[in-house]
Write a protein that binds this ligand. Sequence first.
Ligand code: SAH
Ligand code: SF4
Length: 441
Amino acid sequence: MKFVIENFGCQMNDHDMERMSALLIDGGLTCIDDAQEADVIIVNTCCVREKAEQKFYSRMGRLKSIKAKKGTILGVTGCIAQLEKRSILDRIPFIDFALGPSNIHKINEAVERATKGIPSFDFTENGCSTTLLIKPINQNSGVKTSVTIMKGCNNFCSYCVVPYVRGRESSRESGEVLDEIRGFVAAGIKEVTLLGQNVNSYNKSSGDISFPELLRRINDIDGIERIRFVTSHPKDLSPDLIDCFGALDKLCEAIHLPFQSGSDKILELMNRGYTKNDYREKIAALRTRCKDMAITADCIVGFPGEDEKDFFDTMNLIEEVRFDNIFSFAYSPRKFTRAATLPGEVARDLAMERLHHFQDTQKAITIAKNRVMIGKKVEVLVEDISKNSEEELMGRTRTNKIVNFKGKRNLIKKLVEVEIIKGYANSLKGKNPNAKGGALC
Ligand code: SAH
Ligand code: SF4
């Protein structure tokens, strides 16, 4: 049987998709790209914003007609399944199975039952502690991979549905994480990204080692060249963690540190646990450790109660910090969340107007920061042939910026030094790839 997994959402979902693929291939199925040709189509879903949900339901409408023509097995996994549980059938009664994120280890069983006409629905929370042990499909094929070190979230930011669909925070045992990374090195992996909803609260409530200690131990593994992590919560960014930047040679000089708003009033309503000033102080401390560190973030505009002054405070923060990039969103009310019951709704048109102003300002900052790199020589880990041209290669700087440059294919999977000649909104252009570069600070 042939299967397709269509994926929506965050890096955790990418990782879950790779795990399900590995399980299905192990179970004797073949992974293909074309939904029209598939016997099984699985849609791995995201519900963090309403737009992702709308996209999912409209896609399901189209998949329904494929199923009607070909009898394709249709399954839904991930966060919408977990959020809606059996009521998902009210809108899409034609599906054969639905599994929440903690139950993806049951994917082969669900497919097999579907071949016999038996539906499966499983939304057990924290269903399987070993779900994180399932090896994803892609991790041994490239030069970089990600390792999930924790799942779930205890923060309950007032706008966010994640704690309701991904359950409570739980960290993987450090010995297991380190063994997995040693295994990757043996398979040729040079860069590892530690994944979790809030990685810097890793092991906060267990006796196992802290997140900074985990970083130090990974830094000691021979063969690993680069370490990254995502996502961090500003309130859990400890001095010990800040000190790792610059001190650990393999830890890349890049951090994704969502601030969500620059207004103290809104931050409080969001239940974020820090003020604008706390955030600014953390940025200053990071830049003291490493002056050219790349800083990216997430931000929400149009949160209930956000007035002109609050929005001005947010704009002020982005102009002051000069982030390398920001993922910005218009607030979207979500089921179960506290923010969905707050007064002071911001009209959609006004929220979109603020979002566009925000995004235009940030884009100009991103381009200006990328142009500052022109003339500099930077270390690039070459990942693949460029999407732009067969003659070019694509890699990333330690600051996680994409660089396209002309070079021989034997450089793929190698660390090279590249001279930057152009800076755009989403990438850099380089030339003259050369032997390995080094850390920024
Ligand atoms: N755990 C991560 C990311 C969570 S979801 C963190 O805390 O940083 C990714 C981003 O989606 C969030 O950072 C936030 O900016 C955005 N987001 C989450 N819920 C949202 C909502 N209801 N409306 C708009 N944006 C939202
Ligand atoms: Fe959601 Fe906040 Fe947890 Fe991030 S930290 S997943 S935004 S509740």
